[in-house]
Design a protein. Structure first.
Length: 586
């Protein structure tokens, strides 16, 4: 229905002229048809309803009333013949029809105004609105917010496209299942914090309400109306608060470093919404992998050892104290050095762990199955939570260092006591290897000493999961990890011996260990043997463990040297006594 435009007088006059033409045509036809008719028939007065209907379509309600009055007069004058009114009752009926039409026009225009206002409001509303029709849930009508919701900021229209064409397969399936539930329930079905991922990898959260629509006369819905509100920021704020509370709770409830690492990494991964994460801490100017989350394995992460300057993205974030988002690790030059981590990831958020001016480490929060973007709010949230996480890790690390120092002193004391408990070499070796295994918390330990010709290392004592063999365990000097550590007189390690089959030795074969550390034993300024420890899980030995095992090896060397001197002295005394007896007999 056309509404008269007050700001367009020419158009208004044209509409008035059109209605006047209809009135003239109605009057002319009425006169002509009454002349040809044998008798005057009242049904011909239906012609006068035409200008009234035209006025209702083209003019305002008050103008419709005016046209109705004019039409009544024309109708009455057409039936006034020779001073006698014929069918005088048709004119009031025409007037009544006009009044009814005018009233309906008012209601229809009001309804149109409401519909137009609602349509304009939805078009510019932050609420995403769309009507999706069967089959395939194709877009029938939508607003700009819905287009941004499913298709990003692309300017082309999406009308007629299905959800599978607009969204990734997994997201389209979950949204289709929600619409199916609404259609089957024949009522509204809400969904709170629906996780939606578009084809660009952008992640967002929506509160969605769906309403099935039916055509008149049909029992089953033909389409579903979707109305959604973006709650991404609220969800991220909630997750950030929860992450901060988790970290604070971990700090307050426990100073266990391993538990704090796990809580920190899980909390940061939830803030970023990623499916994997790795925690790298700074130790001895190296980025050291300490914890893994999601699709990253603990074994892979704990083998990470990267010099400080070789990981540019980590150096940059700790210097700027701000998280860095890398949407495409394959093509972004900032992620060129991230390949040194040997972790499969498509996108990542590198978060600094800095407390005050002290850099504790970084968290690599990664998406492994697809490329995705990270919002500015996510970077800010991760930076804020990372600062609190750094404080928690620093406190736990300080407590762990103090605890480790105390344990180290106790361990040194235990090994020293083992050397003083007995002077018998075999007993001392067995006691030393047992206590070393307990102190280092390893699954196996072994001491090997060189033979008299210094061609082979012979196992003299073992502890832990080492399976007894039929003969002595020997290794040629210069071969294997222990043989090379002896020959080069330096500590050596293998993080995963299954990847170095050529290094497989009787120690690993008999104990089933995967990570091995070998430390030389020095007696009187020369290398006399090797102390080996092993773990059944893949791990990278920390600098603290290297230092402790070296101290233990030095103390063990002193105990072995004392026992060997005692053994040698006892042998010398035995030979002297034998010579004395022989001389006396002669």
């Amino acid at each position: 229905m056309i509404s008269p435009a007050r700001n367009n007088p020419a158009g208004h006059l044209l509409r008035l002229f059109i209605v006047a033409v209809f009135m003239g045509i109605a009057l002319s036809l009425d006169s002509i048809l009454h002349g040809y008719a044998a008798t005057n028939t009242p049904w011909l007065d239906l012609l006068y309803t035409v200008p009234i209907v035209a006025a209702a379509l083209l003019l305002s309600p008050l103008e419709v009333v005016a046209v109705t009055l004019a039409t009544m007069l024309l109708c009455f004058s057409a039936h006034y013949v020779d001073g006698e009114a014929m069918h005088w009752w048709t004119a009031p009926l025409v007037g009544l029809f006009g009044l009814v039409v005018a009233g309906k026009a008012v209601l229809i225009r009001r309804w149109q105004r409401n519909i137009r206002a609602a349509r304009d409001a939805l078009a510019s509303s932050p609420l995403a609105y769309a009507v999706l029709r069967f089959p395939g849930y194709r877009v029938e009508s939508y607003n700009a917010a819905f287009r941004d919701m499913v298709a990003g900021d692309q300017s082309q229209g999406i009308e007629g496209l299905s959800l599978e064409e607009l969204l990734p397969a997994g997201t389209a399936q979950r949204l289709s299942e929600l619409l199916d539930r609404s259609a089957n329930a024949s009522g509204q079905v809400p969904s709170h914090e629906f996780h939606l991922v578009d084809r660009r990898g952008r992640s967002s959260y929506w509160n969605i309400n769906t309403i099935p629509l039916r055509q008149q006369g049909r029992r089953t819905p033909t389409s579903v109306t979707l109305i959604a509100l973006d709650v991404t920021e609220a969800v991220q704020r909630t997750r950030s608060r929860e992450a901060a509370l988790k970290i604070s709770s971990a700090v307050m409830s426990s100073l266990d470093l391993e538990n704090t690492r796990r809580v920190v990494l899980e909390s940061l991964a939830h803030v970023a919404g990623t499916d994997a994460g790795a925690l790298l801490l700074l130790e001895d100017e190296q980025w050291v992998g300490t914890a893994a989350f999601g699709n990253f394995s603990e074994e892979d992460v704990q083998q990470i050892r990267v010099p400080y300057d070789d990981l540019d993205c980590a150096v940059e974030v700790v210097k700027n104290k701000k998280a860095m988002a890398i949407g495409d690790t394959e093509n972004d030059p900032r992620a060129g050095d991230a390949g040194k981590l040997r972790l499969q990831m498509r996108s990542c958020l590198v978060t600094p762990l800095v407390t005050g001016n002290k850099a504790v480490g970084v968290a690599i929060l990664s998406q492994t199955d697809r490329r995705r973007g990270f919002t500015g709010d996510q970077c800010d949230f991760a930076t804020t939570v990372g600062a609190q996480a750094a404080l928690a890790l620093d406190n736990a690390s300080a407590y762990e260092s103090e605890l480790m120092m105390r344990k180290s002193l106790e361990a040194i004391e235990m090994v020293s006591e083992a050397g003083l408990a007995s002077l018998d070499l075999e007993e001392v070796l067995i006691e030393l290897v047992s206590r070393t295994q307990d102190v280092m918390q390893m699954e196996a330990a072994m001491i090997l000493l060189a033979d008299e010709k210094e061609e082979y290392l012979v196992a003299r004592a073992a502890a832990g999961s080492i399976v007894a063999s039929d003969g002595p365990i020997t290794m040629k000097i210069g071969e294997g990890l222990a043989g090379r550590a002896y020959r080069e007189d330096t500590p050596m390690k293998i993080d995963d011996i299954t990847r170095h089959e050529q290094e497989m030795c009787p120690f690993a074969e008999s104990s089933g260990v995967r990570s091995v550390l070998a430390v030389p034993l020095r007696l009187g300024g020369r290398t006399a043997g090797v102390l080996q420890i092993g773990s059944k899980r893949v791990r990278a030995f920390s600098a603290r463990e290297w230092g402790l095992i070296q101290v233990l090896a030095d103390r063990a060397s002193m105990a072995v040297q004392n026992s060997m001197l005692y053994d040698e002295t006892r042998k010398q005394l035995a030979r002297t006594e034998l010579l004395r007896k022989v001389a006396a007999a002669c």
